[in-house]
Design a protein around this ligand. Structure first.
Ligand code: CA
Length: 376
């Protein structure tokens, strides 16, 4: 089965209420989708996490390699693309581009064999995944102590058993908010905190020590991703598990993190770290190192369904009667086309999301929904 076309779709939409995290803000949501067409008429879809226009340009530059290639040869195509950009592109946008292509090829493979991706990858090990709510960003107006507590209580009322709070602004303010949220949601809700690498080692340790009695399930991206020695210093100083990895790439990048035990939980983004092919390898490497894997997820329904296919085949770690199950990061922040790209939205029921079981990614694309938000 031959690839006959590769199309990128850049989507954008303004937000009604812009939101901020420790180092940046969102006034719009944007993404790039990859559509790959084959000579049998089967079309596959993928998504890339990262700046959409430059990533779309990289994908278009790969077209001469992709056209005429065997669409089922996912390993060969991954290695060929990676070899082409290895010298200048071991991390970042070239890998995001490869990720979206790889996801689209797995969608094609599943449709060709009339099986969901997770079945072709040897699963499922699980048919549903517990989701936690990501949101709780800062707004331009209002008192975060009030609106973040209200937002957390809203997620709990929807049935989520876990919520993640954005920190990394200032230690005292962050501690006050984390304490208020824990008090409001009670002891039974999983509470995570994410600094988006907004602290240095000194402030990350100070922050962690001040909230050590709040039963924080993990402290995400305490320091910048380049500073793995900093991660290890924070990890050694705190009782709270450290997580990170949404800004890290491929088996080679994660080899460094895992071998140096810089994190307790790795969080590769399927749409950025190398796609389904690569993230399955990283997941197996994580098990071999005894380190948990909980994917980063922040895209549309296409990226979400790819993440669900991977979640369905993540190895049990450790094995046992009651193994620790991975969680789905379920972004609840405003996203005008998160579900508009799908004919049937991928939703949660009381904080649980079912793994899609249709062929490929298990979703049906809404082309009209895509057209409404397409800008390039
Ligand atoms: Ca994060």
């Amino acid at each position: 089965m031959m690839i006959v076309d590769v199309t990128t779709h850049v989507l954008e939409a303004p937000l009604t209420i812009p939101f901020r995290w420790s180092f940046n803000r969102a006034d719009i949501r944007q993404t790039v989708l990859v559509e790959i067409t084959t000579d049998t008429g089967i079309t596959g879809w993928g998504e890339c996490f990262g700046p959409s226009r430059p990533i779309a340009a990289i994908i278009r530059s790969f077209k001469p390699i992709l056209l005429g290639a065997d669409a089922l040869a996912t390993e060969l195509i991954w290695q060929t693309l990676y070899d082409r950009c290895r010298d200048q592109g071991q991390k970042g946008m070239p890998i995001c581009a490869i990720s979206g292509i790889d996801i689209a090829l797995w969608d094609i493979k599943g449709k060709h064999f009339n099986a969901p991706v997770h079945q072709l990858m040897g699963g499922p090990l699980r048919t549903e995944v517990e989701a936690y709510a990501t949101g709780m960003y800062r707004r331009d107006d209002g008192n975060p102590l009030e609106y973040l507590v209200e937002e957390a209580l809203g997620y709990v009322a929807e049935g989520f058993r876990g919520v993640k709070l954005k920190i990394g602004f200032d230690v005292e303010g962050d501690v006050a908010i984390a304490s208020a949220v824990r008090k409001a949601v009670g002891p039974d809700v999983k509470l995570m905190m994410d600094a988006n690498h907004g602290y240095d080692v000194i402030d990350a340790i100070r922050m962690g020590r001040m909230v050590e009695d709040l039963d924080i399930r993990w402290f995400e991206e305490p320091v910048v991703p380049e500073d793995l020695a900093g991660y290890r210093e924070v990890k050694a100083a705190l009782k709270i598990p450290l997580s990170g990895g949404e800004c890290d790439y491929t088996r080679y990048g994660f080899r460094e993190i895992l071998a140096t035990r810089s994190m307790d939980i790795v969080q590769p983004d399927t749409c950025a770290a190398g796609g389904l092919s690569e993230c399955k390898k990283i997941a197996d490497m994580a098990v071999a190192h005894g380190i948990r894997y909980i994917p980063h997820v922040w895209g549309t329904g296409i990226g979400l369904s790819a993440s669900m296919q991977l979640l369905a085949v993540l190895p049990h770690n450790p094995p046992g009667w009651n193994p620790t199950e991975p969680l789905l990061e379920f972004d609840r922040s405003e996203h005008p086309f998160r579900q508009a790209v799908l004919k049937q939205p991928l939703e949660h029921v009381k904080g649980i999301v079912q793994v899609p079981t249709g062929p490929g990614l298990g979703i049906e694309i809404d082309r009209e929904g895509i057209r409404r938000f397409e800008v390039d």
